[in-house]
Ligand binder design. Structure first.
Ligand SMILES: Nc1ncnc2c1ncn2[C@@H]1O[C@H](COP(=O)(O)OP(=O)(O)OP(=O)(O)O)[C@@H](O)[C@H]1O
Ligand SMILES: [Mg+2]
Length: 264
């Protein structure tokens, strides 16, 4: 029997020569990188660099034009978004997507139901066989709201919450999937410095729970503080991949990105 590779040496996500074309626009151009299991990796770059497009390719919302993406050693080619989610990948969106008419708790429970045995609709119909499961889902969802610091808002309609709180609900919903990998698209966008510090603490806490994180973020101090490694995209191409300390010293990166405006 061959010895098991330690988690630290394993790769959670691997992109190889990934391209995405929208008609004549080459939005992602030959991008390759790995996300090591248990790490926080950040994807940065100016507006329009292709970061969200890359997330859409990884999560299966868009097909790649060329190249391959492997999640937990398995190709995601041809897989539907819900199949990829069931494999253990969750995401939050740059533009918050919460359901109208649902409380914060219900929004999180929907995320949890999508991985439960009896499923969301059986849960909605309160079939007797699902009661026990429903109770467990409710309890776990409350725990996640508590982790995100918004347990007291569980019964408030999610879309009526303040922006930062809605982001917290989205994150709780993604965590409810019990993912192995979470993709966070600009989790600190629109937040003040206190809320941003809280997001930094949360992302570190998520990693400490054993969840690998791939993060898109414009807030450089947040990225530099919490990331193990950073990939820099520019006009769809990978410009650099390195540790935060080295990225901060990289002349090309400073020129195209960091030099422009530190908080862009
Ligand atoms: N579905 C689409 N159809 C056509 N073009 C698209 C589509 N999605 C993205 N694009 C284009 O691809 C390029 C990359 O966009 P993307 O949203 O990935 O950038 P980004 O790095 O996330 O930018 P931002 O920091 O502003 O969020 C842009 O020129 C954008 O207009
Ligand atoms: Mg984007």
């Amino acid at each position: 029997m061959s010895p098991k590779t330690s988690p630290a040496n394993e790769t959670m996500l691997e992109l190889s020569g990934v391209h995405k074309r929208f008609g004549g626009l080459h939005a992602v151009n030959d991008v390759s990188f790995k996300v090591p299991t248990g790490s926080i990796k950040a994807l940065i770059g100016p507006n329009g660099a292709g970061k969200t497009t890359l997330f859409n390719l990884i999560a299966g919302n868009l097909p790649v034009s060329e190249g391959s993406i492997h999640f937990c050693g398995q190709s995601i080619e041809g897989q539907k978004t819900y199949e990829i989610a069931r494999m253990g990948m969750a995401r939050t969106f740059q533009n918050i997507k919460l359901f109208h008419g649902m409380s914060a708790l219900e929004c999180v429970m929907v995320g949890r139901h999508s991985r439960s045995r009896s499923g969301f609709f059986a849960g909605m119909l309160s079939l007797p066989t699902t009661w026990k499961e429903e109770k467990a889902i409710r309890a776990r969802s409350m725990e996640l709201l508590d982790l995100l610091g918004i347990a007291d808002l569980a019964d408030t309609e999610a879309t009526s919450l303040a922006f930062g709180q809605q982001r917290a609900v989205e994150m709780a919903r993604a965590l409810a999937l019990e993912p192995k990998l979470i993709l966070l698209d600009e989790p600190a966008a629109g937040l003040n410095i206190y809320e941003t510090a809280e997001v930094a603490r949360l992302i570190s806490a998520i990693r400490d729970m054993g969840i690998t994180v791939l993060l898109v973020e414009h807030d450089m101090s947040l990225v530099m503080d919490i990331s193990d490694e950073i990939v820099v995209l520019s006009f769809g191409s990978k410009l650099a991949e390195d540790t935060p300390a080295n990225i901060q010293q990289n002349e090309e990166v400073i020129k195209i990105y960091l030099g422009e405006d530190e908080t862009v």
